[in-house]
Design a protein. Sequence first.
Length: 277
Amino acid sequence: MELEPGIHQMTFGKEPLPGFPAPNSYLVFGTDTSILIDTGWENNDDHRSRMAYLRQTNSPPISEIIITHRHPDHGGGALHLHKEFGTPIACHEKDQEVIERDRLNSEIKIASSLNGGEVRDLGGINLELIHAPGHTFGCLSIYIPEREVLFTTDTVMDISTTSINPNDGSLVEYMQTLNLFQDINPRIMYTGHGRPVKNPRQRLNRLIDHRLRREESILNKLKVRPLSTAQLSDVIYKGLQSSRKPLAERQIITTLLKLLEEGKVVKEENETYKTNL
């Protein structure tokens, strides 16, 4: 669907988690060329849906596919589209190895290894590429200064906070990215899942506050007695469905890693944690 002139959203495929919206991809174009931001899942049905939408859109040819991060619901369809159009693919260098191996099946190489700071001129619209780590180490966001539009991928969503796998990303970097987005102060944020965020500053404040309250809650529990990650997950996420417990425990681990880095907790030999305050 068209969000505003030159910006279209495509949402196809399955939910990555029960009740969680399917991934969004974005077609952005100016007078000269188009860029596709993310590609969704890798499967034939989604590919046919994407192709049907792209063919009926009155836009210039796609000159580049930008994969915002390594996860399969955002870069899985890139190889299909590359074979269809021959379009070069770009991503951040810190996610490049995983994307080439797991999303492109080692069949092709990333054409542009990005660091953030690059600009794409589409003709009347400029895309500023921003390294926005946290959700993954190589997560990218994209800003259109002429429109005050920020594509946040999974860093900011209207439906929930993002998940951070300790092997993929960093809560320390995630908080820094949220502060960076506050400094950018966009008019609107287009997200990796769900609807656009029309009140960016309010949403960013809520996300920062949520993480700080989570840290405070963990520290308060550890002041009483040392606890393991599983024990912390049980007391912090009371009543959580068993299918979601592994995800919850990973969020506890990422928070503890941040608190360890800040010197607020220490890890015991028996794999429990205690406060260092």
